[in-house]
Structure formats: structure tokens, C-alpha cells
Design a protein. Structure first.
Length: 134
């Protein structure tokens, strides 16, 4: 499980993007209990952006966790009890950087994205709010 404060650190990637902490990493996450587990092959979860953070919603207890660069999801609240403690694979869009680039032009309170939103839709929203497009 992910345990904040562990003495063993791993690279968790850019949880926030751009000025929020492009260089800030969340360290001290213990994943020793999840590394040996194989993802449930029949189910995967979609990552989304909320307030400039990549997160994944737990389908069991509805908790939300940060996206880590291992592309696996393990809920720190329910421990994925609905799938007997196994881990989920996480879907990350192939155009991740493009999405982040469009959202980074917005104030943080307006940096949200869901998997059903297209890049074109995000650009149209920026234009309609007077935000300059690349």
C-alpha cells in the first residue's frame, strides 16, 4: 500500500503540473506491498485532472488518490477491497502534455479535465473565457 512517511522513496512524477510544482515530487511513498501485485486485467480506471492535479477515483469507496508514474491504482482507504487487494491499471491519455499545456493557461481553480473532454473543447473553453490560445 502507499504509506506516506515511509523511509523508502520512489519517483512519483509530476502530481501537479507547471508552476504548482513541476519540480516538486512527492517522496516517501512505500509501494513495496503493491509492486508484486499484477493489475486486474479486466478493469482499468481513468485518470482525470482536478485543480491542476492528476487523480484517480476509487470505484469502491469513492476516495481519490494522486496519479503516480507507475500507472497503478491502490486505494489508501479501502485497500481495493472490492478486488481482493489487487491493483488497477490506470489509463492516461496519450496527449497528456497537450491537455496540460491548454489547462496551464487557466487559473488553478479552473484547471479541470475529464476523459470525455477533447483538446478542441478545452481550447474552445479557453477562447470563450478570453484566454489566449497557442
Amino acid at each position: 500500500m502507499y504509506i506516506p512517511g515511509s523511509k523508502r522513496s520512489i519517483e512519483t512524477g509530476d502530481t501537479y503540473f507547471n508552476e504548482i510544482g513541476g519540480s516538486q515530487k512527492y517522496k516517501y511513498i512505500d509501494v513495496r506491498n503493491t509492486l508484486h501485485k499484477k493489475p486486474v486485467s479486466s478493469q482499468s480506471l481513468d485518470a482525470r485532472i482536478e485543480y491542476s492535479r492528476w487523480i484517480i477515483d476509487c470505484p469502491n469507496c469513492h476516495n481519490a488518490e494522486f496519479l503516480f508514474e507507475d500507472n497503478l491504482f491502490y486505494c489508501s482507504m479501502c485497500h481495493n477491497a472490492n478486488i481482493q487487494g489487487q491493483v488497477y491499471k490506470v489509463n492516461i491519455p496519450s496527449n497528456r502534455k497537450e491537455i496540460e499545456g491548454i489547462l496551464s493557461k487557466r487559473n488553478i481553480v479552473n484547471r479541470h479535465w475529464k476523459p470525455n473532454e477533447t483538446v478542441e473543447h478545452l481550447q474552445e473553453e479557453n477562447i470563450s473565457h478570453g484566454i489566449e490560445v497557442m
